[in-house]
Design a protein. Structure first.
Length: 382
């Protein structure tokens, strides 16, 4: 059973020697308190009757308020106890007055920090910038401040102040939605506090560039001196376009120990998925060009990252991959000019090129999706 009473909290006296009047809910010998908003000197409280003494100037009004609120709490507690016997005193308090406003930024920052602890540095950095933009717009926010109307105003701010396009706004909003979903699962807020039930995240279809086989051949046939960075970066790009459309982060970390003579066995950096890719003849030819007699199994196949790099250090690895990606993409712009290709060439286009080539050669979309380690087939369909 649950007991409800009105008490004067003499243990919480203020500087004027006044104590707050609280409604106390006890369930399973655990107490929870709800403030009435009334402060009173101890000598003006009738403890036996749980009433303000008649000597107080506003005793009638205060006692009427306390009586009405007490009845309201009783009715609410009875209603929710009838529905669920497992409610705690804290749950009952929240059913009556709702949860206290919780700091949005504190919870969001903790999610980003968890990404860093898991070694997902890039994801952490991207979402840190999402939080920074929101903090710049509103320095302090509780979950309850973020309503559908707030999200509409903030979306407009992102477009006008930051010049963000629809899909960039979409990425920001998806992270904010994740924060709300995680907070609901952690019982920090209730389901009713989630504004994304009444706010639609908009997204636009984007054009995905890719190279045809003829264009890939033009890049491959560029007249480049051997043993140069430009040649190395070109070979990595062509390799990925024919070998599973591997992301640059995965190509950079390929070691000879990942290769069993016919297949590459890789744990995808972005998703953690394990894939096994049969290396086609073109891929084998490019790989063999970097095989050395004195090589160890632990050596990188494409020698871009330093052999001394501590890949067990997520921060150092992320920084090295980011630097290498910038250099490779710079080389690809040079190659595009040399090959007479007007498309804006980046390493990720090798991934799109692989998907299109594979599908045109009759490989099923399910197989292509698995090879590319897509989390959902709709990514492959796009």
């Amino acid at each position: 059973m649950t007991s409800i009473s009105i008490v004067l909290r003499k243990d919480k006296l203020n500087a004027k020697k006044e104590a707050p009047i609280h409604f106390r809910i006890i369930k399973n010998r655990k107490a929870s308190y709800i403030a009435s908003g009334i402060m009173l000197p101890a000598q003006q409280w009738n403890e036996k009757k749980s009433r303000v003494k008649a000597t107080h100037l506003n005793s009638a009004r205060l006692n009427s308020y306390l009586s009405n609120k007490f009845t309201e709490i009783q009715d609410t507690v009875l209603q929710h106890e009838t529905l669920s016997k497992s409610l705690t005193s804290k749950n009952l308090r929240e059913k009556v007055f709702g949860k206290r406003p919780s700091d949005f930024f504190g919870f969001a920052d903790a999610i980003v920090e968890q990404y860093r602890k898991e070694g997902r540095i890039g994801t952490g950095d991207k979402n840190r910038s999402v939080i920074a933009k929101l903090r710049d717009y509103r320095p302090t926010l509780t979950f309850h401040d973020i309503t559908p109307e707030f999200l509409i105003r903030y979306e407009q701010h992102l477009r006008e102040h930051h010049g963000n396009c629809t899909n960039t706004v979409s990425k920001d909003m998806k992270f904010l939605r994740k924060v709300f979903n995680d907070a609901i699962r952690a019982d920090v807020i209730g389901l009713e506090a989630n504004p994304f039930g009444r706010y639609q995240i908009k997204q636009e279809r984007t054009h995905r560039d890719y190279l045809t086989e003829e264009e890939l051949l033009r890049v491959q046939d560029c007249d480049i001196a051997a043993d140069t960075k430009l040649a190395l970066h070109r070979d990595m790009f062509i390799f990925a376009a024919y070998t599973g459309g591997l992301r640059i982060s995965d190509v950079l970390q390929l070691r000879w120990s990942n290769f069993d003579g016919s297949h590459l066995h890789v744990v995808i950096t972005k998703t953690g998925a394990q894939v096994s890719i049969k290396v086609p003849n073109k891929g084998l030819e490019l790989m063999c060009g970097y095989r050395r007699a004195e090589q160890c199994n632990t050596d990188f196949i494409f020698p871009v990252l330093a052999a001394t790099l501590d890949t067990g250090n997520p921060l150092a690895l992320d920084a090295a991959i980011a630097t290498a990606t910038t250099q490779v993409n710079r080389s690809l712009k040079t190659l595009a000019n040399m090959a007479g290709i007007e498309k804006r060439l980046s390493f990720h286009i090798s991934r799109h090129s692989f998907a299109v080539l594979a599908l045109r050669k009759g490989i099923s979309i399910d197989k292509v999706s698995k090879l590319m380690a897509h989390s959902a087939i709709r990514e492959t369909q796009t």
